[in-house]
Design a protein around this ligand. Structure first.
Ligand code: NDP
Length: 283
């Protein structure tokens, strides 16, 4: 019998995770079966318990359960603790271990697939929800010159900056001072080399009230959202002068590859899976 994994979410029918993990299993020769499971909004814990009882070895967690998953774990990795959310569960000897691979997936896409180095760059992170929180530490680990968090509700951005203000770089230098926060009007007069949209505005087809001139020449605009065509944020970024634009499909594949490595101890090649998902989206 292949080892059993799944992704929990609500809704979940359109999840690409089963196809991604099936491709990873085929390319690595790992014997596993991965399915999408709809959990009731008020029944996540029970759905996890049932899956464990069926012999499940691990699970991914998506909207709206990442914070609840964080709370039900018996042990957490440091990056999951920092993120305050869990997207990867491992079921080992009756215990639930929680990890968060979203930030690693984003950084792998930006620095690996897109070949855009974070070192010394001025980074703008738009949004202060769960997705933003999960990527701050891996972004800081890339040693940017500055990281500004801007959110519609400025207080939430300030709280996030405060929560991460003690992070040390690998060399031990404190990055305190590199982090700042505010709302969108605070961006006026500033320029950024990398702007990441971690708001859900694009999901609603809305654009953000970004002041003109924030995209530096040669800058990359990255939208965590992905879809068939250009997202509203990427259209706005292109029109406001961003040189390079990328959506979050690579982040999706990257976080899945990292989760696969957590479970199976080996990193699958993500580029062929990303290329095939991209051509399916275009087709
Ligand atoms: P949350 O609900 O936790 O946070 C939403 C954020 O968006 C908040 O900062 C909120 O601001 C802001 N926001 C919502 N609507 C608007 C608007 N109209 N104008 C300005 N700001 C707005 O969501 P998540 O953090 O979980 O997800 C954010 C995005 O990231 C989603 O699009 C999600 O699909 C994507 N994502 C992609 C992943 C991938 O693998 N590619 C992985 C994880 C997430 P406020 O605080 O003021 O309400």
């Amino acid at each position: 019998m292949p080892d059993l994994y799944c992704v929990f979410g609500n809704p979940i029918a359109h999840s690409k995770s089963p196809a991604i993990h099936a491709a990873f299993a085929a390319s690595t020769g790992e014997a596993l079966c991965y399915e999408a499971r709809l959990a009731p909004v008020d029944g996540f814990r029970q759905a996890v318990d049932e899956f464990i009882a069926r012999g499940g070895r691990g699970a991914n967690v998506t909207v709206p359960f990442k914070e609840e998953a964080f709370r039900l774990c018996n042990a957490l990795t440091p990056r999951a603790t920092r993120a305050g959310a869990v997207n990867t569960l491992s079921f080992v000897d009756g215990r639930i271990l929680g990890d968060n691979t979203d930030g690693a997936g984003l950084v792998a896409d930006i620095t690996g697939n897109l070949k855009f180095s974070l070192a010394g760059k001025r980074i703008l992170l738009l949004g202060a929800g769960g997705a933003a929180r999960g990527v701050i530490e891996p972004l800081l680990a890339g040693r940017p010159a500055t990281l500004m968090i801007a959110n519609r509700t400025a207080d939430k951005a300030c709280a996030l900056a405060e929560a991460f203000s003690d992070i040390a770089a690998p060399q031990g230098d404190l990055l305190r001072g590199a982090l700042s926060a505010g709302n969108f009007t605070d961006l006026a007069g500033q320029q950024f080399d990398l702007t990441i949209n971690a708001t859900s505005a694009s999901l609603a087809g809305e654009t953000l009230p970004l002041p003109p001139g924030i995209f530096a020449p040669g800058s990359l605009a990255y939208d965590m959202m992905y879809g068939k065509g250009e997202t509203p944020f990427l259209k706005q970024a292109r029109e406001q002068g961003a040189s390079l634009c990328a959506d979050g499909l690579g982040m999706l594949v990257g976080q899945a590859a990292e989760a696969f490595a957590v479970w199976r101890g080996r990193h699958p090649a993500s580029a062929p899976v990303l290329a095939s998902l991209r051509s399916a989206l275009k087709g």
